[in-house]
Every structure is written in C-alpha cells, then in structure tokens.
Design a protein around this ligand. Structure first.
Ligand code: NAD
Length: 422
C-alpha cells in the first residue's frame, strides 16, 4: 500500500517504521525541516531503542521524509501530530487542524484518512472531517475516515508497535475499517472495530485508568509509610490478583510523559464541559502533583533543612530509555529543591540536553558517578538500568539516597524510598 504518515514524532516515526518494515511504501511528512533531513539521512531524530536500525534499513528506500504534502497517490494517510494540553487543560487542536487543512488540499477521492493522534471523543467527526471536506470539496464517503488510537510506551515504542495487545479501529465507513484490518493483519493482534467516538474514548479511558493505578499505589504508599510497612510488598500481593494485574502499581515520584498528565487533564476538561465534576480523575492528578513534593519532604524528614545542601538528581527524562522530558517529575522536584535553597546537580544518560534547555540554572554532571561524588543527597527520579549497578556506599560524602523509583540498594548509606515505612 502507499501510505503517508503526517507528523514524525514518537508515534508517527514508529508507525512509519512499522509500515515500512511490513513492506509498504511510506511517505513521512513533517513541518520540522531538521527532522525530515535526519530521517532521510537515516539518523533517528528521537532516542528510541531499535528505531535507529529500522530507519537505516528503510530510509531512502521504502521510507522517505518530506515537508510537502505529496499525498495524491496515497491510499492511507495517518495523522500523528501532537495534541498537547492548553493552559486551561483542554486539548490543543491547532496542529491537527493544520494537518487536516493540508491533507484536504491534496486529497484524492477514495483515500482513507486515519486519525492516530489522541483526540477527545467527537474531534475526528466534528473537527477533522469538516476541515477536510471544506478543503477538498469531497464529502465523507468519497474519502474514507478512521480513528486508530496508539497505545505504545515510549522507551518500548518499537516493541509495542510490533507487538500490540490490541488494535482498535474506529470507522466511519466499512471500507476504511477493512483497509486498516488488512494493514494490521500481519501483526496477529486482536482487532476491535468500533465507531469513531468509541475508539477515541478507549484511548482516554485506557490512559486515565493506568494513571489512576499509579496514583492509587502512591496513595497507599503514603499510608504504608505511616504504618511502617512497605508498599511494594503490599502491591506484590495486590497485583497477584488477575483482576488487578501487577502492572502500574509501582509507587514513586508519580507519572509524567507526554500522555498521562495531558490526557487526564483533557478528560477532566471535557467532563466539566459536559456538566460533570469528575472525582477519580481529579484525585488522580492531585496525588500525582503532590508526589514530587513528597520525595523532597522525605529528604527533609531525614536531614532537616536542605538549604545549601548539594543534591544530585539522577534521571531527568520522565522515565528510563527515553530522552523525552515532557511532564517529567524531575522538573517539580528540582523546583522544590531550588525553593528550599539546595544546590542541584542533574544527570541523565539521554535527556540532559533537553532538560538543560528547560532548566539552565542548575549544574549538570557528565556521569552519574560525577554527580554523586559532589553530592550530600541523591534523589533517583528515573530508574535507568545504569543506576541499578551504582555502589552508593562507595561515595564518602553521601549522606542520603532518596529513591523515587525503588532502584537502589545501599547497605551503609541512609536510604529512604516512597512507600517504604521504616
Ligand atoms: P511529538 O510531539 O513527538 O510529534 C509530533 C510531530 O508532529 C512533530 O514532529 C511535529 O513537528 C509534527 N507536526 C506538527 N504539526 C504538523 C503538521 N501540520 N504537519 C506535519 N507535521 C506536523 O508527538 P507524539 O508524542 O508522537 O504524539 C503524537 C500524538 O500521539 C499525540 O496526540 C499523543 O497524545 C499521541 N500518543 C503519544 C504517545 C507517546 O508515547 N508519545 C503514545 C500514544 C499516543
């Protein structure tokens, strides 16, 4: 098939690589000239394990990147542009609208437009389709429309895209659903065909549920600290129940990333617009907002005032195996530390350059060891594999390790972790 993917971020690029690997002819479109250039030269513009190799294999062959919307000969056009949060928590639609306008101007009769970006229920039919109709002069039915939410995890994006738990296909017309079903058949994943609105809501409900599991574990963690018990032991027992599952029950500094916070906020915004005050969703965010402060308070509980203390924060990305710093919990932790007059030294294996742009005022170390050897306190914010092998006991100046991700095991150095009541 001839496929276009509009937007080559984490979702768009991974999607383009999947279709290229399945043998299709893929055109990746982005407004970012630098990204387009890198992709065509075979250099991955994002850090994502496995993406480099696939890009080298397909770039310039059956995967080409461009700034131009040359979509006239494309059978399927996937929209994968960002839908970030607005100031009021609602969903920003300007990238989506622009992509729809550009697609509409060059769309040929019979092509299928697929929204893969996460969009609030109603967006595809009430916003994207009308723009395409107006720009193309075609009516829905003369072009196909589908909504195909993406569930990948950053850091595991390639694996998840090739091994999805399920493929959700929301369809306006059967022909579009059939085309997507045929496209995804080689992945041998369960396929769920629904209406467009249901597909849109499945994505939000999934993310909100996972975020809620994390906040739930964090709420129980705070209770466990007060009770002198360990939330990880508790959640091990809880997660053995197959109705609950052991995933997303890890207490810590809270969730970040480009999806959970913005998607829960957008759902809250939508609920309020519909006249309902959501309680679970609001609580999920409130607990998450509190957790970075809780991490800093754990350090204060152990050492008293942090004024003038040198504090190394390990892990600046929102989680390991990514350079993505969107909504990273490292940011509120650093802000809390600076507010208390601490001196902060940051380190991350991949996300340092991105974080530096956001917070230029702290110090940065070239290695985790360099950060720790200059610090009184270490806060672990993201559980990168390399942190697991650090011998914290070998650093003479180190007074305390605060573990926001349950990754360290020092024997001598004082150690506190979220949800570990001792
Ligand atoms: P991203 O910010 O990494 O990438 C978006 C890309 O779209 C950028 O490269 C940008 O330059 C490009 N773009 C913006 N406007 C454009 C236009 N008019 N034409 C062409 N390109 C344009 O975003 P992402 O993380 O890949 O997320 C994309 C969507 O997928 C969002 O709706 C997000 O919620 C959803 N999603 C993300 C993830 C994730 O883990 N990142 C997972 C599932 C779903």
């Amino acid at each position: 098939m001839k496929i276009a993917v509009v937007g080559t971020g984490y979702v768009g690029l991974t999607t383009a690589l999947l279709f290229a690997e399945l043998g299709h002819d893929v055109l990746a479109i982005d407004i970012d000239e630098e990204k387009v250039k890198k992709i065509n030269e075979g250099f991955c513009p994002i850090y994502e394990p496995g993406a480099d190799e696939l890009l080298k294999k397909h770039a310039g062959k059956n995967l080409k990147a461009t700034k131009d919307y040359d979509i006239e000969d494309r059978d399927l056009i996937f929209i994968c542009v960002g839908t970030p949060s607005r100031e009021d928590g609602g969903m920003e639609t300007k990238y989506l609208e622009e992509a729809a306008r550009q697609i509409g101007r060059r769309l040929k009769r019979g092509s299928v437009v697929v929204v893969k970006s996460t969009v609030l229920p109603g967006t595809t039919e009430k916003l994207v389709v009308p723009i395409i109709e107006e720009e193309s002069g075609l009516k829905r039915g003369e072009f196909g429309v589908a909504m195909n939410p993406e569930f990948l995890r950053e850091g595991l994006a390639i694996y998840d895209t090739f091994h999805p738990d399920r493929i959700v296909i929301g369809e306006l017309d059967k022909r579009s659903g059939d085309a997507l079903e045929e496209l995804y058949r080689p992945l041998k994943a369960p396929i769920l065909r629904t209406s467009i609105k249901v597909a849109e809501m499945i994505k939000y409900a999934s993310n909100a549920f996972l975020a809620m599991k994390i906040s739930f574990a964090n709420e129980i963690a705070i209770l466990c600290e007060k009770l002198g018990i360990d939330v990880y032991e508790v959640m091990k027992g809880v997660g053995m129940d197959h109705r609950i599952s052991p995933y997303f029950l890890n207490a810590g500094a809270g969730f970040g990333g480009s999806c959970f916070p913005k998607d829960v906020k957008a759902l809250i915004y939508l609920a309020k617009k519909l006249g309902y005050e959501p309680k679970l969703l609001t609580g999920t965010l409130e607990i998450n907002e509190y957790m970075p402060r809780h991490v800093v308070e754990l350090a204060e509980r152990e050492l008293g005032s942090l004024k003038g203390m040198k504090i190394a924060i390990l892990g600046l990305a929102f989680k390991p195996e990514t350079d993505d710093i969107r909504e990273t919990r490292a940011l509120p932790i650093v802000k809390e530390l600076l507010k208390r007059g601490a001196r902060v030294i940051g380190y991350d294996p991949k996300a340092m350059e991105n974080f530096k742009k956001l917070v230029p005022e702290i110090e940065y170390a070239k290695t985790a060891e360099e950060a720790i050897s200059n610090a009184d306190v270490v806060i672990i914010q993201a559980d990168w594999e390399e942190f697991k092998n650090i011998d914290f006991d070998s650093f003479e100046n180190l007074k305390l390790v605060v573990d926001g991700r349950r990754t360290a095991r020092p024997k001598k150095v004082r150690y506190v972790a979220v949800g570990r009541g001792d």
